[in-house]
Design a protein around this ligand. Structure first.
Ligand SMILES: [Zn+2]
Length: 305
């Protein structure tokens, strides 16, 4: 069997920022998804094709509903399809029943589109924390093999302090098991720092990123990169076209959002391309199966920690 003792994974939370922002701002999900998602998905698929690597796409239900053709296209290129929930609402703000409905709706929609089961999940905003670990039980009951939603460091809006940063097979209170693939952190001066997301790819100069990933690789860490389609867009993107008439943001607010979307974003493509060429990449599912096959006994995870 191929050795995946330490490997990199590129995970894409497949969503359209304009659609999300429009829904959050107006309360309405507009069926006409901006065409930017076509361009961004194509850029990503070409990059993966060119570098010969496979990625995992966590598909957002409210986008897939209107663009099943794109989900099929991603699956047809051999990438892993996972789910990103239906409505992109923080899971820790939902009741158990609401969380269950969001996850089962998302599961049904995505599996119906691709015509085969899916095995993994990423929560919006990494919103599985010590208050809602039952999400993992819901996932296991849907038949999922792994989750990749937990940030093993406490940050402002998410994360669990001291959660084990290693990929681990857990025994759950409902008697089932699940593999957790936490988001990558780096130990630096006795602190845990997140390093592998789009924001960091954008902010750190290339030479610093090279050092970070060389260090993680030398330490034989599993690296989970987490990105979004818009981060690969090769054009200026604007939030102003994504709303029902008359419902857009004010000009100053639009300006700030557009700056946040676009500043230094153009550097991300080459940084990710470098990593794809340099390191051993496998999908989340391969990683999770490897962890499962190599676990002597599962760790115990309670309902809360
Ligand atoms: Zn998301």
């Amino acid at each position: 069997m191929e050795n995946h003792d330490h490997a990199f994974t590129l995970s894409i939370d497949w969503e359209e920022f304009g659609q999300l922002l429009g829904r959050d701002h107006t309360g309405v999900v507009m069926p006409a998804v901006p065409k930017t998602i076509d361009r961004q998905t194509d850029i990503l698929l070409s990059l993966l094709d060119e570098t010969g690597k496979k990625a995992t796409f966590f598909i957002l239900g409210m986008l897939a509903k209107y663009r099943p053709d794109l989900v099929k296209k991603i699956a047809a290129e051999g990438h892993e399809i996972g789910m990103h929930g239906q409505h992109h609402i923080r899971m820790n703000t939902l009741s158990y029943k609401e969380a269950q409905a969001d996850l089962s709706d998302s599961y049904k929609l995505v599996t119906d589109i691709i015509g085969s089961p899916i095995y993994g999940y990423r929560a919006p905003y990494f919103s599985v924390n010590e208050t809602n670990l039952y999400v993992l039980e819901i996932l296991s009951e849907l038949g999922l093999v792994y989750d990749s939603s937990i940030f093993p460091v406490k940050l402002k809006n998410y994360g669990i302090a001291d959660f084990p940063p290693e990929d681990t097979l857990y025994q759950l209170p409902n008697g089932k098991q699940i593999v957790e693939l936490p988001l990558t952190i780096m130990n630096w001066r006795k602190k845990r720092l997140p390093v592998a997301g789009g924001g960091y790819m954008r902010a750190f100069p290339g030479f610093i990123l090279k050092k970070i990933f060389t260090k993680l690789d030398a330490e034989k860490k599993n690296v989970m990169l987490y990105m979004h389609p818009y981060e690969f867009d090769d054009r200026w993107i604007s939030c102003s076209t994504h709303y029902p008439p008359g419902k857009g943001y004010s000009k100053p607010k639009s300006f700030l959002i557009n700056i946040r979307w676009n500043l230094f974003r153009g550097t991300i493509y080459n940084k990710v391309k470098y990593l794809l060429k340099e390191y051993h990449f496998i999908t989340c599912l391969k990683k999770a199966e490897y962890v499962k096959d190599h676990s002597h006994s599962p760790a115990i995870l309670g309902r809360s920690q």
